[in-house]
Design a protein around this ligand. Structure first.
Ligand SMILES: [Zn+2]
Length: 579
């Protein structure tokens, strides 16, 4: 998900407002029917019944009724039993009416299933043993939750294109798949495959995730569009309906495969805008494939769809709502951010929302790296400096407890915007400390589960911060626990104290995490040397009149009096503008 529209300073408080305060107010003030608090959360702990099954496949048929702002759905969920069960448990928003529930073709009597709060429990006709397969079919329908402010307060977006046609999207990262179809709303329960059949008025298009499986004119003014996607991230399956045109092309990958590119845009868009954005697709693929590794879903497509909301990392069909803005970064930052999530969210998925910085922080680091790759060092440093100015450092990036997505994205009880900018700056510091070769080898291992990814030799990885720490230790042959302890698990930044004497500069690190042996470069009279800082302390010989610059290339994230003063000023003078 995109952090916010505005740039840099005080982003954090803006995001916190969007993700918590304003959101709570919207929910209370909403006149219409509202989902239960349970449904509005995602990534809550699974039930024993959910942990006892593997979610193999979902086959979801959705008929979209734009005039009624409603859908009719049939969800068929296939599971393999891992441990004996006599019940199934799935999530589905109670706003939908459920008219028929079947298990393996047998209707379940209404007194044998219940959905009190959005977590549905179904008594099985007979207990199932490990290794058995079972299929749950739910017929449902009604008006789904309308997004109050997508993508930060999500659900269905019922909009209108400039030509007056319905323009519909979904964005459910903070609420989960259960706003659209029955599923297990937990990032550990990625289905092996989702087949989507979307029926819409025949004058509209319904681009989808994964591979197009053809469309069928139903002869009644509606057309059904069929799509199939493997291993989708649970919040990345989405619905898009509108008066779209498809621009397509083929990308020749450096890994030998060819990748279809599709951009579904409104028919009313200016052709030159569409051309310009589409021309960025292969450039972004070049960058990610060269710097990180193979595009994870090259066998399906790189897809983008124009949406009435800003952006979202819908797998193989990124939501794009940036309105073709020309930005000072020199590329479309929204497209680049959402596209980075194909690696950092959809291929590498966090085990729990507590590790969301692996999506947003590593994803955000791809922007300064891309800026450097495109335009050189100054443009990378400008983006890094912008990120630095907005850090809140109120809560640790990772709490080491299970969290819901709302807790993490909201800045009132979790890190909020820091998962983006601080995550990016932590990644940059790690990069500068480890060096290019080790940093990218560790990153590839984290993302693909192996250092030598090729198309077809990897599967999606579910990861934690601890996994990343262990991979870094293994790749470097050194213990980096001190790095993760100080930067990820503590809220405050390491403080570097400098004591200048006539012939000596003494440096020492302080962090709540204990000894912090972070080496640091010091430039003395134009000559840069690396101070090792064993046990968190080091000295440099200087002369009385020496010109000294500590960390001249800004490689190490640390507390800064200048930034603290600036942030305090901005809080006291909120109308003072700034970049
Ligand atoms: Zn994001």
């Amino acid at each position: 998900m995109l952090k916010t529209v505005a740039r840099a300073v005080m982003l954090t408080s803006a995001l916190a407002l969007m993700a918590s305060g304003a959101l709570a107010q919207d929910r209370n003030a909403a006149g219409g029917p509202e989902s239960t608090p349970f449904t509005l959360e995602t990534d809550q702990p699974r039930t024993p019944e959910q942990e006892a099954v593997r979610f193999d496949r979902a086959d979801v048929s959705l008929t979209v009724l734009p005039a009624e702002k409603a859908i009719r759905g049939v969800g068929v969920l296939e599971f393999t039993v891992l441990a004996p069960v006599d019940r199934l448990s799935v999530e589905l928003d109670r706003l939908f009416e459920m008219s028929d529930v079947q298990v393996d073709g047998q209707t379940i009597a209404p007194d044998r299933w219940a959905n009190p709060e959005g977590r549905m429990t179904i008594q099985l006709p007979r207990p199932l043993a490990a290794g058995e397969k079972t299929s749950l079919r739910i017929v449902y329908g009604g008006q789904p939750r309308t997004a109050r402010r997508a993508p930060w307060n999500g659900g269905f977006v019922w909009s209108t294109a400039p030509g007056g046609e319905p323009w519909i999207a979904t964005a459910v990262q903070l609420e989960g798949c259960d706003l659209i179809f029955p599923c297990i709303d937990n990032s550990n329960a990625e289905p092996g495959r989702v087949d989507l059949h979307v029926t819409v008025p025949s004058d509209l298009s319904a681009p989808g995730n994964g591979v197009f499986q053809g469309k069928m004119d139903n002869g009644d003014g509606t057309t059904t569009w069929n799509w199939s996607i493997r291993n989708p991230n649970i919040y990345a399956v989405n619905l898009n309906v509108g008066p779209f045109e498809e621009m397509s092309g083929v990308y020749q990958s450096r890994f030998g495969n060819t990748i279809p590119m599709q951009y579904w845009h409104l028919k009313s868009d200016k052709p030159e805008d569409v051309q310009r954005l589409f021309a960025e697709f292969p450039v972004m693929l070049d960058f990610f494939e060269q710097v990180i590794g193979p595009y994870p879903f090259g066998d399906e497509k790189m897809g983008v769809v124009e949406t009435p909301h800003l952006g979202m990392e819908h797998q193989t069909l990124n939501a794009y709502g940036n309105g073709y803005k020309i930005e000072e970064e020199g590329y479309d930052t929204l497209l680049q951010h959402e596209f980075s999530h194909e690696w950092f969210a959809n291929q590498l998925t966090n085990r729990n929302a507590d590790h969301m910085w692996l999506h947003e922080g590593l994803g955000s680091y791809m922007q300064p790296l891309f800026a450097r790759w495109l335009r050189g060092e100054a443009y990378m440093q400008r983006e890094l400096a912008d990120q630095r100015d907005g850090l809140a450092n109120r809560f640790a990036v990772v709490s080491r407890t299970d969290r819901t997505v709302d807790q993490v994205y909201g800045g009132t009880e979790g890190p909020g915007g820091d998962i983006y900018s601080k995550g990016s700056l932590i990644a940059h510091t790690l990069h500068m400390t480890m060096g290019d070769a080790d940093f990218f080898k560790a990153l590839r291992t984290l993302i693909y589960g192996r250092p030598d990814p090729r198309p077809g030799n990897f599967v999606p990885q579910i990861r934690t911060t601890q996994d990343y720490n262990a991979i870094v230790n293994q790749v470097t042959g050194r213990n980096y626990d001190w790095f993760f302890n100080a930067y990820l698990y503590e809220a405050s930044l390491p403080v570097l104290t400098q004591v200048r004497e006539p012939s000596r500069l003494t440096l020492s690190w302080t962090t709540p995490a204990g000894v912090f042996p972070m080496p640091i470069e010091v430039e003395v009279d134009g000559r840069v040397r690396l101070v090792e800082m064993r046990n968190g302390r080091g000295t440099v010989d200087v002369r009385p009149g020496s010109v000294i610059v500590v960390d001249p290339a800004n490689k190490v994230l640390r507390q800064s009096d200048a930034v603290d003063r600036y942030q305090a000023y901005r809080r006291a003078h909120p109308a003072s503008g700034g970049r």
